[in-house]
Design a protein around this ligand. Sequence first.
Ligand SMILES: C[S@@+](CC[C@H](N)C(=O)[O-])C[C@H]1O[C@@H](n2cnc3c(N)ncnc32)[C@H](O)[C@@H]1O
Length: 276
Amino acid sequence: MTHTRPSQQPAVHKEILAYYARGKEDARLREGGAPAGRLEFWRTQDVLRRLLPAAPARVLDVGGGSGVHAEWLAADGHEVHLVDPVPLHVAQASRLPGVTAFIGDARDLSAEDAAYDVVLMLGPLYHLPERGDRVRALAEARRVVKPGGLVIAATINRYAQLHDLLREERYFTPLNRERTDAVLDDGRHPYHEEGFFTVAHFAQPEEVPGEFADAGLTVDRQYGVEGVAWLMNGVENWLDDPERRAAVLGATRRIESEPALLGASGHLLTAGRRAA
Ligand SMILES: C[S@@+](CC[C@H](N)C(=O)[O-])C[C@H]1O[C@@H](n2cnc3c(N)ncnc32)[C@H](O)[C@@H]1O
C-alpha cells in the first residue's frame, strides 16, 4: 500500500479529531463502556460474521477507530488493514495482533483499486455532514473493493440522540432539549462542548441506499444494530446474564431488517456490493 496520492479533500473537522484524541473510543464498546455499547458490539459482530466471506478475506476497516472490530476480525483469520484520521487510534490499532493501521481519510484512500474483498466503513459516514463527502467516501470504498466485493457502512439514525437523552433523562434539561430538537429536521449535529457528540450527520435509513447508488454500489440489505433493546431499562444487566444476553441478541436479530423499526435502532448497517 502506498500513501503518495495528494488529498483533494477538506481536512477532517478539527472538532472530530479533538473529540477522539481524548482517548475514550477504545472503551466505548467494551465492558463498562458506553450504555448499550456491548449490545452495539455484539450485534455488529453478529451481522458482520454472517455477511463476510470465509476467512481469510482481505478487509479494509475504514474509520476503524482503535480497532475494536479489527481485533476480532483478525482473530477470525481475516487480513485486516485499518485506516483512521486520528493518530491515537492508529497507534492503538497497530498494536493489535494481525492488524495493520494507517492514517487516512475515507474520502481519499491510499489503497490500490480492487485490492480488498470487503470494505467496512463503520464511522466515517456519520462524521461527514455533507452528502457529497459521504458519496465520495462510498465511491472510494467501491474503487478499492474487488468486483462483487462487499461494502458495509454504519450510520447513526436520525432520532438516536433524542432516544438516548430521553432514556438517560437528560432531555428534561432545557439546553439539552433545545440542542437535541435542533437536529431532528436535517440530522446536522454541530460541535458543542463536552457532554455531546461531536460534528456529525444523523441519517434517516432511507437516505443511505441513494448514497450507495450514487457511489456506484448496489444495496443488499439494511440492519438495525441495537433494535429497540438499547432503549430499555436494565438492558446492561440483562447482557451480564448469558441466557438473557442470548435472548436479547436473538430477539434483536429477528427484527433486524423490519422496515418499521430500522430507524428506532441507534445505529444502522447498510450492506451492498460493487457489481461483479
Ligand atoms: C465512533 S468511531 C467508530 C470506530 C469503529 N469503526 C467502531 O465501529 O466502533 C468513528 C471513527 O470514524 C473516524 N472518522 C471520522 N471521520 C473520518 C473520515 N473522514 N475518514 C475516516 N475515518 C473517519 C473517527 O476517527 C473514529 O475513529
